[in-house]
Every structure is written in structure tokens, then in C-alpha cells.
Design a protein around this ligand. Structure first.
Ligand SMILES: [Zn+2]
Ligand SMILES: [Zn+2]
Length: 302
């Protein structure tokens, strides 16, 4: 394992604090990225499957009926109380997510290996009570390990609906929360962080929501879990190109990975995370626990 020095870039005044997801492209770009990463990869079959899943998420999102907008009073109340306006753990969620789940399964079934057809068929036929129980466990950070094969699909459907809702918000009406490691839109944990490079965003680090694909700026060299800035280090696999690193914190013994757009402009937080599980193993073995989940892999939960 190599350890790299940490550089610090203070946020510039005009850089956006919150980047909302772009509904027309977020899942399509992810699908392409999964396909690219799958080439020659040891886990090629799985990454190709995830690419088809992301493509199905894109199609489902484009076909999604318009969801009722958040009432202005609810948005204002969230602002005043420093709460996320879309609460992922609220008892009620748009029921359309279950329809999206069945659309995703229908898109995957024609390409599914024979061994996974019963699981997909069973999930498509599951009643609302079971589906809501699976969603509740996932969104409360207590996924049912017995449903490890089904939960990535449940997560993918919930991502479609929460991403659609987040994309309809106005970033100017949102604010970062007092807890820097929580999504200002839906209150979920980040899957990973990304150092972005674009005309508007120069080398700033954003945490990427594991559920709604919103990103929020957090200074580099700050632990996403405890907010500390001491005892941090960047780890990478020996000989790797440094496109994905793990930021480890000795204060709380956690880590979160970082992907760098300067190394490749097409990096995708979710896809590049899942294509680098060897790095998770390395830092897990060194005694650090992952601080945020990738919902497409139950075992990656922190
Ligand atoms: Zn979110
Ligand atoms: Zn920490």
C-alpha cells in the first residue's frame, strides 16, 4: 500500500456548494462507464450486469411520471431546521418506486443468466409489504443480509425515484447541513467522494450521495465521517494510477474512497467505486471501516 501526501484546496467563492443530479444523463453516463471498466476486468460479468442495470435506471427515469413537487412550506421548514428536504428514512415514500423496480427487472431478465432468473422473478412478484420492508432496511442502514441478491435492485429503483426528486429541486434553495457527511438533499450517507475538474469547479472535492446522486462540497483533507482533519492519509494500491484512492482517518478509523476527474474526466463515483473493490479489501485489512455504503453492493455498507 502506498501513502500519498494530502493537498488542501480551500473552496473558491463562486464554486457551487451543492451539485444536483442531471436526470437526463446521470445513469446513462454511469452505464457507459461500467461498460468501459468491465473490459479486461476480473469482475467483467458483474460490471456488465451493473452497466445494464444503470441503463435500465436511465430508461426508467426518462419514463417516470412527473412526481408532485415538494410544497414550498416543507422546503422552508427543512431550511429552518437544517434538515434534508427529502427525508430518505421517512415512513412514506413515492409508491411508484415499486413500479420502477418491476421495470428494471423486466429490462434485465432477457440478459440474465439462468441461475438468477428465479431471484429476479421472485422479486418482481413480491408483495408490497415485503418490498417496503426491504426498502426500509436498506434506507435505515440495516440491509437484510438474507436478501443480498435482491437489495441492489431495490436500491437501484429507489435511486431512480430519489434522483428524480432531487433533480427537480433548486440548488439555490438548499443548504449544506451541520453534519458535513450527510446528503443535504435526502440525508443519506455518501458512497464516495470525487475531486471534480470543470470550468465551474476547479479541483474541489464533493461527497456523492449513495441514494439521490446529489453532491456537496467538503474541503479536501477532512474526514467525511467525523469531520476531523488530523491523522488523514490517502492510500492506493501499489503501482496504480491513483485514479481512485482511499482517504483513511486515524481519528475514527474510517475511510471513504476518492475518485479524481483530473486522471480521467469520465470517472463515475458509483462505477469506479465498484470496480476498485481490491482497494476496499486493502484498507479493511489495515483496520479501517468504510464510512458510507455503495447501495449496489450490500457488503460495501460501512
Ligand atoms: Zn441524497
Ligand atoms: Zn474520521
Amino acid at each position: 500500500m502506498e501513502t500519498k501526501p494530502i493537498s488542501f484546496n480551500p473552496p473558491t467563492e463562486d464554486a457551487p456548494a451543492i451539485l444536483l443530479p442531471v436526470a437526463g444523463s446521470v445513469f446513462a453516463e454511469r452505464a457507459e462507464r461500467f461498460a468501459t471498466l468491465a473490459e479486461g476486468h476480473k469482475l467483467a460479468d458483474w460490471l456488465h450486469f451493473l452497466g445494464r442495470l444503470a441503463r435500465a435506471q436511465h430508461d426508467a427515469l426518462q419514463a417516470l411520471p412527473e412526481l408532485p413537487p415538494l410544497p414550498a412550506a416543507a422546503l422552508e421548514q427543512a431550511r429552518q431546521h437544517h434538515m434534508p428536504p427529502l427525508n430518505a428514512t421517512a415512513a412514506e415514500r413515492p409508491a411508484v418506486w415499486r413500479e420502477v423496480l418491476r421495470q428494471l427487472i423486466a429490462a434485465l431478465l432477457p440478459h440474465a443468466p439462468a441461475g438468477s432468473v428465479p431471484l429476479l422473478g421472485g422479486l418482481a412478484a413480491a408483495d408490497d409489504i415485503r418490498l417496503e420492508a426491504l426498502a426500509d432496511g436498506l434506507l435505515h442502514g440495516e440491509p437484510d443480509p438474507a436478501a443480498a441478491g435482491e437489495l441492489p435492485l431495490v436500491a437501484a429503483a429507489l435511486q431512480v425515484v430519489f434522483t428524480a426528486r432531487a433533480a427537480h429541486l433548486d440548488a439555490a434553495q438548499l443548504q449544506k447541513l451541520d453534519t458535513p457527511g450527510v446528503c443535504p438533499c435526502c440525508g443519506s450517507l455518501p458512497a464516495i467522494s470525487i475531486v471534480r475538474l470543470s470550468p465551474a469547479v476547479n479541483n474541489l472535492r464533493y461527497l456523492h450521495c449513495s441514494l439521490c446522486n446529489t453532491e456537496w462540497n467538503v474541503p479536501r483533507a477532512t474526514c467525511a465521517a467525523c469531520g476531523g482533519d488530523k491523522g488523514l492519509a490517502l492510500q492506493q494500491i501499489d503501482g496504480s494510477d491513483g485514479k481512485v484512492r482511499a482517504e483513511t482517518c486515524d481519528g475514527c478509523k474510517s475511510y471513504l474512497k476518492i475518485v479524481y476527474q483530473e486522471k480521467d474526466p469520465r470517472v463515475d463515483p458509483v462505477a469506479d467505486d465498484l470496480a476498485t473493490l481490491a482497494l476496499d479489501l486493502l484498507v479493511d485489512e489495515a483496520g479501517y471501516g468504510r464510512s458510507g455504503p455503495n447501495l449496489l453492493l450490500v457488503n460495501a455498507a460501512g
